[in-house]
Design a protein around this ligand. Structure first.
Ligand SMILES: [Zn+2]
Length: 535
């Protein structure tokens, strides 16, 4: 009997003893075994156990060495479920904000479990994105995906990015690696990186492509960590470490001398590059009791490139693994996947394409842009209004210009005046019918608040900056939505409709505020009571 098989026999004995003590018994008839590692191709069926030919399912995951089979059973089935769920929610008349919520909570969750434990092939990421964005847009994309994964302040919808999630989930394994408890997978990972100093590798300034780690899951972990630190570190010790340093090369390769490392030789500073080879060698022999050949010592010293010669950091390997991001220490031994995600998404997410257009058309700076993007969420409780304003800011509101391009209407002229092309600015502001609406709106505002306003096209399209304009901004968005409602129903904009709607909104919010005991917020928002005015 081979050594490996003996260990199974011992294991079964242990389970038997456990049964005697606890009364919990393993069901042999339900137990299935699989040859793994070097014995993966073994066909023997021994010990009276089941050795099925098909993949074994364990904790919801199908295990097999057949890559295509693995993808099919574990990812394709989950993607199918994800699409079914998306289809189920599709017909429910949700807003875009609502659909983004469904994506984050119900669709992506189907993949998180498996993606946290196995490498995710690119084709799976592509397919997941196809399902997600088809659901978000109810068809073709109408704004850049990289913008939709951004936060609200930067014009996005906060849709979680699956690829970034995969990276974050993987990086979170660093924390588990450093948690003080033994596990088989840790021993395996440390076995893989042992030739490079074990855990030391994570502290070094290494080039991931130079490390031939056979296990893809861990190879990616090592790659993602190097990329992550390089992207966000403003200060760390990695470049001061001699070992595995991509810029310190002997015979074209980075070096790791275990014997030197075991004697605590870590930092470039310890090489005492201001002294000559003989003097520095003498000192290292006494300081670290390191018995070193002159040629090896001289070779190591001459491998340090000029750019690293001034490194004076005394690197001490502590229990922490991390770097400084502008004076804040990012500690990988504590960080969870959410923490990584917050960083990584900054690298990928962009502003919507419409941001440039908004900035040049209205002459606003980046800070103001952020404010205008956040405004709908701050002032509107209703997601349909947030959605409405989101579309205005992204220039994807359905106007005749857009509908003509899609071949749905014949003319791109304005629905109200039939004189000018119906772009967003014309429809909501400069059309004579809309201008009349806003004049009436100003009168109405004067009557209720006793203050004069004179709305510009920027005020109407983007909103008004300043802290005390919450209700006014809300009313402007509501006003625009009334204009849009009139356009759809082919009637001229009418302030009466707005007034009726405003009264309804007041009543609804008052009811909700009483029910939820949030009257303070309610009173803060409603500077006046529209019901008290006879208009
Ligand atoms: Zn018009």
């Amino acid at each position: 009997m081979s050594y490996k098989l003996k260990s199974v026999v011992v294991f079964l004995d242990v389970l038997k003893s456990y049964e005697k003590v606890s009364g919990l018994k393993i069901n042999i008839s339900k137990s299935e075994c699989m040859w793994i590692g070097a014995s993966r191709n073994c066909k023997r069926e021994v010990l009276g156990l089941k050795w099925p030919k098909r993949p074994i399912k364990c904790l919801g995951v199908y295990l097999t060495y057949d890559y295509d089979e693995f993808i099919k059973l574990n990812y394709k089935q989950r993607l199918k479920k994800m699409e079914d769920t998306a289809n189920w929610w599709r017909g429910r008349g949700l807003t875009m904000h609502g659909r983004a919520q469904i994506i984050n909570s119900l669709l992506l969750s189907k993949l998180i479990y498996i993606a946290s434990m196995f490498p995710v092939p690119e084709e799976v990421i592509k397919e997941a994105n196809r399902i997600i964005f088809k659901f978000l847009w109810k068809g073709q994309d109408r704004a850049a995906r990289k913008a939709m994964i951004n936060n609200f302040e930067n014009g996005g919808l906060n849709v979680l990015d699956f690829e970034t999630m995969v990276k974050s989930l993987r990086l979170a394994w660093l924390r588990r690696l450093y948690i003080d408890e033994d596990a088989g997978w840790k021993r395996y990972l440390r076995f893989l990186i042992k030739p490079f100093g074990g855990d030391l590798l994570f502290h070094c300034d290494y080039e991931p492509r130079e490390y031939n780690i056979t296990n893809k899951f861990y190879a990616e972990l090592i790659q993602f960590w190097a990329e992550f630190r390089n992207a966000f570190s403003t200060e760390d010790d990695s470049t001061s470490i001699i070992w595995n340093n991509k810029n310190i090369r002997i015979n074209g390769k980075p070096v790791f001398y275990r014997r030197f490392f075991d004697k605590n030789l870590i930092s470039i500073r310890q090489l005492r590059l201001h002294l000559n080879n003989a003097e520095s060698l003498d000192l290292i022999r006494t300081d670290l009791e390191l018995n070193c050949n002159f040629l090896v010592w001289a070779g190591l010293r001459s491998a340090i490139p000029v750019s690293l010669r001034g490194k004076e950091n005394d690197v001490r390997l502590t229990n922490a693994l991390g770097f400084y991001d502008n004076n804040t220490f990012f500690d990988a031994t504590l960080a969870k996947s959410r923490g990584y995600y917050r960083f990584l998404i900054r690298l990928k997410a962009t502003l919507p394409n419409s941001a440039n257009k908004l900035q040049s058309e209205f002459n606003i700076d980046a800070t103001n842009l952020t404010m205008f993007y956040s405004l709908p969420k701050l002032v509107c409780l209703e997601t349909y209004l947030r959605d409405f304003q989101f579309k205005v800011l992204n220039y994807i509101t359905c106007t005749n210009i857009l509908l003509k391009k899609m071949g749905i209407v014949q003319s791109d002229l304005c629905t109200f005046c039939n004189l000018t092309k119906e772009d967003i600015e014309h429809l909501f502001f400069s059309c004579s019918f809309s201008l009349k609406f806003w004049k009436d709106f100003e009168l109405c505002w004067k009557k209720c608040t006793n203050s004069n306003i004179n709305l510009t096209s920027q005020d109407v399209i983007l909103g008004i900056s300043g802290n005390n304009n919450g209700l006014l901004n809300y009313c402007i968005i509501l006003g625009k939505s009334i204009i849009y409602y009139c356009r759809r129903n082919n009637v001229k904009p009418n302030i009466q409709l707005f007034k009726v709607k405003l009264k309804q909104k007041y009543q609804t919010e008052l009811y909700l505020a009483r029910k939820n005991a949030t009257l303070d917020n309610f009173n803060e928002k409603w500077l006046f009571n529209p019901l008290a005015f006879k208009f």
